[in-house]
Design a protein around this ligand. Structure first.
Ligand SMILES: NC(=O)c1ccc[n+]([C@@H]2O[C@H](COP(=O)([O-])OP(=O)(O)OC[C@H]3O[C@@H](n4cnc5c(N)ncnc54)[C@H](OP(=O)(O)O)[C@@H]3O)[C@@H](O)[C@H]2O)c1
Length: 245
């Protein structure tokens, strides 16, 4: 891949590959570092043109966000190995290429194509099995539908695909929806899918002994992305968590 990129095979690159499971990253930090940091840096350095590196809101979490959420220039401060390796990956990508953009995504929900992944598919499957999922009232995210996230990524690239470094290249962008707790996201998803939310059990990170290891609030401030174009603002609105009673 690196040789092909160096040979000019790709006009532009979206880099989304990652060691993306938090528990797996804790178990195998070196593998997580290789996939989340070393390789993105190597590929960004080899690519001749635009490179869009997908990162995560979990580069934050060790400190509370400002009122409007973490802006693109906020200092990263992750809680776990996954977030730490992704933060290191952002640094490696920027160090390797002045053309590279870092695009941070929030918690994603939506169709995972039968894999039971993301914030909605696993929850809906659990409810269908008659389980009573426990959802946090004290954990806040700015989730977005995965399809809207992908569309926004492409729209960003359409606006920022500089073949050479310029003042506009090498930026950090946030893609995000409205802020809400994990419980309220669960309620919104149930409402959107016509499922009774009565089986959802409110709980807290502290009650499950997870307050030290799960980020309380990694809300992203996506205003700079929204301000890029009316189309991007519409896309982020369309992917934001649906309203619920
Ligand atoms: N899901 C979320 O809520 C979320 C939130 C914020 C940011 N993100 C970011 O979005 C991106 C995608 O995440 P995801 O949740 O969709 O994760 P995912 O389902 O685990 O997908 C990760 C992808 O990376 C590939 N990959 C992993 N190790 C690889 C390796 N050594 N060589 C080549 N490919 C490798 C996997 O390939 P295989 O399928 O072949 O294993 C898979 O296609 C990541 O950069 C992640 O940090 C995700």
């Amino acid at each position: 891949m690196r040789a092909r990129l160096a040979g000019g095979a790709c006009a532009g690159v979206f880099h989304g590959a990652a060691w993306a499971r938090g528990a797996a990253a804790e178990r195998a930090p070196q593998a997580a570092f290789a996939v989340n940091c070393t390789w993105p840096g190597a590929l960004a350095g080899a690519q001749r043109g635009p490179f869009f590196h997908v990162s995560t809101d979990l580069v934050f979490g060790a400190a509370p966000p400002p009122a409007d959420g973490f802006g693109p220039a906020a200092a990263t401060a992750p809680l776990g190995t996954y977030g730490a390796t992704k933060a290191a990956g952002e640094f490696a990508v920027r160090a390797a290429s002045r053309c590279a953009h870092v695009v941070r995504l929030p918690l994603l929900f939506g169709d995972s194509r039968g894999r039971g992944l993301g914030a909605s598919d696993g929850l809906l499957a659990a409810l269908e099995r008659g389980e009573q999922p426990r959802l946090f009232t004290d954990e806040f995210r700015t989730p977005i539908d995965v399809r809207a996230a992908a569309e926004a990524l492409v729209q960003l690239a359409d606006l920022h695909s500089e073949p050479e470094p310029s003042a506009a290249s090498g930026q950090t962008w946030h893609i995000a929806g409205r802020r809400l707790s994990r419980l309220d996201l669960g309620r919104a998803l149930c409402h959107a899918h016509g499922v009774d939310p009565g089986a959802l059990v409110p709980t807290t990170r502290a009650a499950l002994g997870l307050a030290a290891t799960r980020a309380a609030d990694t809300s992203l401030d996506a205003r700079a992305t929204r301000n890029l174009s009316a189309q991007l603002a519409r896309t982020l609105d369309s992917g934001s968590a649906p309203p619920f009673p």
